[in-house]
Design a protein around this ligand. Sequence first.
Ligand code: FNR
Length: 190
Amino acid sequence: MSYNVGYFVGSLSSTSVNRILSKALIRLAPDDLEFSEISIRDLPLYSPDYDADYPAEARALKDAIAAADAVLFVTPEYNRSIPGALKNAIDWASRPWGQNSFDHIPAAVIGASIGQIGTAVAQQSLRGVLSFCNARQMTAPEAYIHFTPEVFAEDGSVSNEGTAEFLRTFMTEFRDHVERVLTVLPRSDT
Ligand code: FNR
């Protein structure tokens, strides 16, 4: 059995360290996880005025989540929360009312910062949002990644074996979480 993971990178930066982290996670993940990025870049700002007729970018977002078995959020911390672009994408996906794309979906959150805090506060904020959206979050292990270019290369290779093993374990636990959730809540039923 393999699982399709739709992943969100919360940063729009061309030099995003979280994008590099996403590449590292894909490299270190179990073979039975397949990954597709769910882009948040081209979404307009959400307004309920769109609920009757979503624009193509927002329909594509909801279609991509519907096609995924699980979602993974790889996000920076902006001002002790998540970037507005990511929150905007979540708001789009959660609506129109009654058509919340995250209902019961297996999910995990992780993030990297160049400072020591490793996106801990942003992740708590994101967890609150995802709880309200009724996503089935992996609660442990948590992963607050302190990014340094000495450890993470642009292509996502990880030179520190301790860090690589930690991320490998995180992704293996995520795979097991996805399997457990989907056993009880198959995506076709949600
Ligand atoms: C930051 N940064 C930051 N870092 C942090 O640890 N806590 C924070 O609250 C913030 N706030 C914040 C706000 C804004 C608007 C910016 C641009 C940056 C620094 C941030 O961690 C750093 O820029 C990372 O490189 C962002 O991740 P990406 O975009 O490189 O993936």
